[in-house]
Design a protein. Sequence first.
Length: 299
Amino acid sequence: MSGAPLERAPAGTDASEIARFQPWRQPWWRPGRGDTGTFIWMIIIHLGALAALVVAPLPGWRIALGALALHFLGGLGTTVAFHRAIAHKSVKLHPAVQGALTFFAMINGSGAPLSWAAYHRLHHAKSDTPEDISSPGVGGFWWSHLRWIWQAGGPPISRYCRDIDTPSYRFWQRMQVPLALVGLLIGAPFGLAALLWLGPLRITFALHAQCFVNSVCHMRPDRRPEGTARNVVWLSLLHCFQGENWHQNHHDRPGSARLGWTAPQLDVGWYTILLLERLGLAKDVRRPSFDRSSLDAAA
């Protein structure tokens, strides 16, 4: 490999131009230009998670329950607000609800909603092609799972998110670093074990749980004409049954606010939307119809 610095496709670059850089061919430890901070963040949270397991492997039920609660709320923010409401507009949330869910998603390590939506819309537009920069078909498992986050280039906001590139969303973009630090240090007032478990260990766990959707959920042994997306049952445990693991369903009906199509396919994100709708805090919920063949394929 060349020792030259890894070039970084600028924010807003067309997906074909990002593919031309082929950053997956670079060493994993060489961040893209402008992404050194992201790479350092990844090192910090993983070292912190390791320290948590060494220093406080049994932190007590209160700390463990607190970490689980923050993980659950953060995951709900990602799947309901970032994914279904913002990226796909399959539900319209009350501004207060969307703001609260965005806060919990960001302190859970999901980044800012504008960047998240831009990358996700790119993923759907270019799925399973070299321009789908988070696909395992491009750079393999580790590229799709983690490396693209600090090597792929800036989010294509100008191309895929012009409709939400507004002052309110740019506010969250500016708050990304402060809220990441809040998430990292949130347990500090409660002692070392709480600092490590509520901070780096929780964030690292949430990171890998989310990233399995990019990696494992696109690694089918049989490639369908519709693409490589697949439902992964065991991943529901890492997502607290919030629905993101039903990824084949999502690619088959990307406009649906419902990801789990059958009763056994638990989708807490969908149940949360139904509850919010009943309370008058969500509207314009998109409920696509399903034919028998679709339900059979999802089962």
